[in-house]
Unconditional design. Structure first.
Length: 129
């Protein structure tokens, strides 16, 4: 079974809105909303992967981030370890650089069902804040 390590950014502005993006229809968990991020490559730390992925996917330079939650999830075809970082300072303005839809959503308005099942606990934690 595939084992993936994923670094993910919960990009939160001073109005406590979070920037989320929508996964492509043909991707794993297609059409679900996600926190931008991706695979930690060989020789990369989770933080390095986070900074790289946020630059590639949403065009920001993350400058302050802290690990918020680490979760494991088994999908039928893969096991993922997700490193969720809360990102609260960056340069630039996030946008769907790879053509994906993106939007700012108030933290309390996040919807559990809109995200992959691996995200349930992190969304619950954000909603409980
Ligand atoms: N980015 C991201 N991936 C997530 C989240 N939740 C979740 O289950 N995943 C899963 O984690 C894996 C992340 O892969 P990805 O597709 O973002 O990886 P990537 O950016 O490196 O893309 P690539 O496959 O095109 O190289 C996928 O299996 C995806 O379904 C999330 O909130 N954000
Ligand atoms: Mg990705």
């Amino acid at each position: 079974m595939k084992q993936l390590n994923i670094a993910v950014g919960i990009i939160r502005n001073t109005e406590r809105q979070i920037f989320i993006t929508r996964r492509a229809s043909d991707a794993h968990m297609g059409d679900k909303w996600e926190f931008p991020g991706g695979k930690i490559e060989q020789g990369e730390s989770p933080e390095q992967a986070l900074v790289r992925e946020l630059s590639e996917e949403v065009g920001i330079e993350a400058s302050r981030y802290a690990l918020y939650r680490k979760l494991e999830h088994s999908f039928p075809d893969r096991h993922v370890t997700l490193w969720f970082y809360l990102v609260d300072a960056w340069q630039g303005e996030p946008w769907g650089k790879e053509g994906q839809p993106g939007e700012w959503i108030p933290q309390h308005a996040l919807k559990i069902d809109a995200f992959p099942p691996a995200n349930v606990q992190v969304i619950e934690q954000l909603l409980a804040e």
